[in-house]
Design a protein around this ligand. Structure first.
Ligand SMILES: Nc1nc2c(ncn2[C@@H]2O[C@H](COP(=O)(O)OP(=O)(O)OP(=O)(O)O)[C@@H](O)[C@H]2O)c(=O)[nH]1
Ligand SMILES: [Mg+2]
Length: 298
């Protein structure tokens, strides 16, 4: 039974690329919902993550890191980030203490001021930032005079995350449990599988290739036994040279991406996965409306 004192609300997490937004959401939700990598612009869509507690439910919206768009996909990502601010109970601005507060952060904060929701700031990566860097970030944010609270955390180690959750929970409003308590995201399994493959590729590939990759699940079918999925997926890249890097020597890289992805998928789907992974060059797909739509960026 849900009592009438139950509280809930939507909370958008916004900040520069690589600040640790997805890491934080996964930690609070208690499951890997949003993919994480050391490369900027890992998150490309609005990813919902639900944290359900006995007396409240927080529906997080993890968003793409805000950056100047270089193509149509970038324009889409920027739109997704800012549109997430509509109709949330609270906005969580995330700063990277190790990187410092930059001009880009200031531009994001200016946008946040225009949105109506109360804003909480998290200073992340306090496990690796020096005390001076942390206090410089705090002073810089205090000057903005727009944050209800500024909380130092490490999304990676979990330090400060309980305090941050409590601060967010204060802005929830009396309301329903929007999603069943065992539901952590609204992402369809197909998209989760594509994201898992993209995460492995981002983590395994060299610097220049990853930004240009996209992943599509071509077909996914559960065998009648219910124990095995056959799955066909394609990694798209923008150059012939990149295709070679993704495939690797004698196919070693593609094999590793596939085998790491398969492990995560099997855990998520609760069934074995027979994964057939292909690599295709698709010229300038990040500027192609058709390709973007096909890969879920519409
Ligand atoms: N040391 C340290 N690393 C962190 C922390 N939080 C995140 N990271 C790392 O920072 C990198 C980026 O993390 P993400 O969670 O993908 O960052 P993001 O803000 O979602 O990035 P985009 O989706 O690209 O905007 C990853 O390598 C994380 O492991 C932290 O508290 N401490
Ligand atoms: Mg992210």
């Amino acid at each position: 039974m849900i009592s009438s004192s139950y509280r809930s609300g939507f909370v958008s997490i916004i900040g520069s690329p690589n600040a640790g937004k997805s890491t934080l959401m996964n930690r609070i939700v208690g499951q890997k919902v949003s993919i994480v990598s050391p490369k900027a612009q890992t998150t490309r869509n609005r990813i919902m993550g639900v944290a359900t507690r006995p007396d409240y439910q927080i529906v997080f919206l993890d968003t793409p890191g805000v950056a100047a768009p270089k193509n149509r996909l970038g324009e889409y990502m920027l739109k997704v980030a800012y549109e997430s601010l509509n109709e949330v109970e609270c906005a969580l601005f995330m700063a990277d203490a190790a990187n410092g507060i930059r001009e880009r952060d200031e531009a994001i904060i200016a946008k946040l001021r225009d949105a109506k929701a109360p804003i909480i700031a998290a200073i992340n990566k306090c496990d690796i930032a020096g005390a001076d860097a942390i206090s410089a970030a705090r002073q810089r944010l205090e000057k903005e005079n727009c944050f209800r609270q500024i909380i130092e955390i490490s999304a990676e180690s979990g330090n400060g995350v309980d305090a941050l959750e409590a601060a967010i929970a204060a802005y929830l409003v009396p309301g329903p449990m929007y999603f069943p308590e065992d539901m952590v995201t609204d992402m369809p399994e197909r998209i989760v599988c594509a994201e898992i493959i993209r995460e492995k590729a981002l983590n395994l590939l060299k610097d220049e290739v990853p930004h240009g990759i996209g992943v599509g699940i071509d077909k996914m079918a559960l065998r009648p036994s219910g124990e095995l999925y056959d799955m066909w997926a394609t990694i798209y890249c923008e150059r012939e040279g990149h295709k070679g890097i993704i495939i690797g020597k004698k196919g070693a890289m593609l094999k590793q991406i596939g085998s790491e992805a398969r492990k995560d998928m099997e855990w998520m789907l609760g069934a074995r996965v027979n994964l057939q992974l292909w690599v295709k060059v698709r010229d300038d797909w990040r500027n192609s409306p058709g390709a973007l739509k096909e890969l879920g960026y519409e």
